[in-house]
Design a binder for this molecule. Structure first.
Ligand SMILES: Cc1cc2nc3c(=O)[nH]c(=O)nc-3n(C[C@H](O)[C@H](O)[C@H](O)COP(=O)(O)O)c2cc1C
Length: 253
């Protein structure tokens, strides 16, 4: 069963620790059978800003058009389309003042158009990766914030627990990377941008998170495929609705 895993890096730095962690997770994912991965760094894309609350997307729901709030085009709708196509995501962000970056928050808020389109993110499986300079720098608060959005979208938030199958330090709520000392100042130094490689626990947690995301995404997809008509209330959600035309039926109800 084929699964696509999309990695999204919310860091302001296109090449930094968050990039390393997400790619470690994607590496873990791609080692499993029938997995395609793709990686996007928000820092390489044009994002004009967050949701403008114009509600055009709710007045005229469209998975084709998505966000129409900005006069000037940017890359957000293209990224959201990629999110719709993938069965699973690894979303990563550095911790900025105890939360996610403005870039990632802008993307998340602009997934608003997906809501009125039959909750098209339903049953997407998401693993979250955070990067912080401090061991207690706000990783869990950041993960929690992302989890709230996933709950709203009917998507599935997962951690990987201990490194399976052997007991080890894991990532109950997601993979937390610690950049650590002494490579923090100045952060522009190449050693600082890749310091997370020294965080063996964080790197292993990321790899396992990637594997776990694939396992669950396959199980969810296979589970829905084995169920007949009328056996579930909402169905699988995104892929079926978009590619099987069920989205229109949803609109008629
Ligand atoms: C604006 C800003 C705010 C930050 N706030 C925190 C913080 O609250 N807690 C923390 O541990 N690190 C904080 N950091 C440090 C980054 O999370 C850390 O350097 C991370 O490794 C950067 O990831 P990157 O290499 O992908 O850019 C902050 C960095 C910036 C630029």
């Amino acid at each position: 069963m084929k699964i696509k895993v999309l990695g999204i890096n919310g860091s302001a730095r296109r090449r930094g620790n968050t990039s390393i962690m997400i790619n470690e997770a994607l590496q873990g994912a791609s080692e499993l059978k029938d997995v395609e991965t793709e990686y996007i760094a928000l820092a390489e894309h044009k994002i004009l800003g967050g949701c403008l609350a114009c509600y055009i997307c709710h007045k005229e729901p469209s998975l084709e058009k998505l966000c129409r709030g900005y006069k000037e085009p940017d890359d957000v709708n293209m990224i959201v389309r990629k999110m719709l196509e993938a069965e699973a995501w690894i979303i990563g962000t550095p911790v900025y003042f105890g939360g996610m970056t403005a870039q990632l928050k802008a993307l998340i808020d602009r997934t608003h158009p997906v809501q009125p389109c039959g909750r098209a993110f339903r049953n997407k499986v998401c693993g979250v990766v955070t990067m912080a300079v401090e061991r207690a720098g706000g990783a869990e608060a950041t993960m929690d914030d992302i989890r709230h959005w996933l709950g709203n979208m009917d998507a599935i938030y997962i951690g990987s627990g201990p490194a399976r199958p052997t007991p080890a330090c894991g990532s109950f709520w997601g993979a937390q990377g610690v950049q650590g000392w002494p490579n923090y100042i100045p952060t522009t130094k190449p050693e600082a941008r890749s310091a997370v490689k020294q965080d063996i626990i964080g790197m292993q947690a990321a790899r396992n998170l990637g594997r776990r995301v694939v396992d669950l995404a396959k199980a969810v997809k296979a589970g829905y495929a084995s169920l007949g008509e009328g056996e579930t209330y909402w169905g699988y959600g995104p892929v079926i609705e978009i590619h099987g035309g069920k989205y229109d039926k949803y609109q008629e109800k």
